[in-house]
Design a protein around this ligand. Structure first.
Ligand code: 4AD
Ligand code: MG
Length: 445
């Protein structure tokens, strides 16, 4: 009996007989020879069926086997530099084959399909090579986030998904009925993090968050995963120091672990290798000045229009894209206007129209991947902000309590997993970075 092995491990079994269990990705018919591409979850390898090596009925079955049929094959591993696949370089000579199921005609063929068709068939599309590569990188981004935080003194403290009040902005809440009450799906775990921070010092929550944003951009999902660290006694500068270490650890880990996947995605890895601290830091004022300059220098009227910005407005994608193109690393933009940011952000001393906030913009046009700030820790100031913005103080009673019992300066941020994965993988659109995307016009399958 040959050992069952993974395609990713074939190099360890050169010359030995092995069994691989998987699915047929593609097949080339050369008469007496059938070249199969078999994938097993860990990779894809060429397997060769030679008529004279196999019982007649088995060879005949292989010869007509449709794409995505499931099968178990056994045979010797041979090294061959030209053998296609990933990792590639090894092929299996089929001596025995058991066909588990003959697939029906598979809807996703090697020809080009429209993206809506692929999204409708997402439950099958996840098997395709590019999707395989992206979702494996996503898993590493997530595990590195956890490992790094766990190794650096942060405690994972879970925050609820069913919440009584808005965490970020009241306009993007998904309302649900909660018995006789109304409740909302969490937009953020931050407010709870702030309570937990006062017990554990450095905490994080990591889970799905929900925003009923009516945006149809390539950066927006209605359900996305966010990790949110929150740290007692941290200033904005401490926050940026930590974020750049954290982000570079994530990117460097993907580079280490996913050469094959990044190659499949044809990702320029030089751009990722540069993601090491320190990252440039510019103020919102400086960023607006840079945009004004770019606007003045631009001849194309349409581009000029997109780059136009008045001090006080939030950046749109074209602004962020243009800014990140000026740097070859992620760039921090700090001290945004208070009016465009959340109610809990600490105003800058002597200049309350801007706040102690910072966004990290990913290079190559990707834009915001993290958003964070120092939090208001003075009770009167927070009372005022809540009143000015028109939030109901009663809903924030427990949150205000945190300013009554041992308040300390603190700061935190949220990192969006999908935007980070889109950037690392070099993707045009965020929809491929999550197994089953939820967007304005889609919640199937
Ligand atoms: O900037 P945001 O809204 O910040 C917060 O929610 C804070 N409470 C975080 C904190 O300080 N604890 O969101 C943080 C990040 C963004 O930078 C972006 O990467 C991602 O979450 N994000 C989205 N990703 C996909 N689709 C959306 N609709 C997103 N909205 C935010
Ligand atoms: Mg933000």
């Amino acid at each position: 009996m040959a050992d069952v092995v993974l395609i990713a491990d074939l190099h360890k079994y050169e010359g030995q007989e092995v069994t691989v269990r998987g699915w047929l990705y593609d097949r080339t018919d050369k008469g007496k020879l059938q070249f199969l591409k078999v994938r097993d979850g860990s990779g894809m390898a060429q397997a060769v069926a030679f008529q004279k090596d196999l019982p007649e009925d088995i060879f005949a079955a292989i010869r007509t086997l449709p794409q995505e049929s499931s099968l178990v094959i056994t045979g010797p591993v041979r090294a061959d530099k030209r053998a296609p696949g990933y990792p590639g370089g090894y092929e299996i000579g089929i001596r025995e084959a058991k066909i588990m199921q003959v697939a029906e005609e598979y809807p996703i063929t090697p020809k080009d399909h429209g993206v809506e068709f692929l999204m409708d068939n997402r439950h099958l599309w996840v098997r395709s090579t590019r999707q395989w590569a992206i979702l494996r990188i996503r898993a590493t981004v997530i595990s590195t986030i956890r490992n790094w935080l766990d190794d650096h003194g942060y405690l994972l403290v879970d925050t609820p998904i069913i919440t009584p009040a808005a965490g970020e902005s009241t306009t993007e809440l998904f309302e649900i009925s909660y018995f006789d009450d109304k409740a909302y799906l969490a937009q953020t775990g931050q407010l709870y993090n702030e309570a937990n921070m006062a017990s554990f010092g450095k905490v994080y929550c990591f889970g799905p968050t929900f925003r009923s944003e009516k945006s149809k951009t390539r950066r927006h999902l209605t359900e996305f995963w966010m990790v949110e660290p929150e740290m007692a006694y941290y200033s904005l500068e401490d926050l940026m120091d930590m974020e750049e270490q954290f982000m570079s650890a994530i990117v460097q880990r993907v580079l280490e672990k996913h050469k094959v996947e990044l190659e499949i995605l044809e990702r320029d890895t030089a751009a990722l290798e540069r993601v090491i601290p320190p990252f440039p830091r510019i103020s919102y004022d400086d960023a607006v000045e840079r945009l004004h300059k770019l606007e003045a220098e631009t001849l194309d009227p349409e581009q000029k229009h997109l780059l136009a910005i008045e001090w006080g407005n939030d950046f749109g994608s074209p602004h962020e894209t243009a800014l990140t193109q000026q740097f070859d690393k992620p760039v921090f933009v700090y001290h945004y206007p208070s009016a465009v940011k959340a109610f809990y952000m600490q105003p800058v001393d002597g200049r309350p129209e801007v706040c102690r906030s910072v966004d990290l913009l990913a290079p190559e046009g990707y834009g915001e991947v993290t958003g964070g700030s120092e939090r208001i820790w003075n009770k009167e100031l927070l009372d005022q902000r809540i009143a000015t913005i028109g939030l109901d103080p009663e809903s924030y009673r427990w949150y205000l309590d945190l300013r009554r019992y041992g308040a300390v300066p603190h700061a935190g941020f949220g990192l969006g997993v999908e935007r980070t994965v889109a950037w690392i993988c070099g993707l045009q659109h965020i929809r491929e970075t999550i197994p089953y995307a939820r967007m304005l016009k889609r919640f199937y399958p």
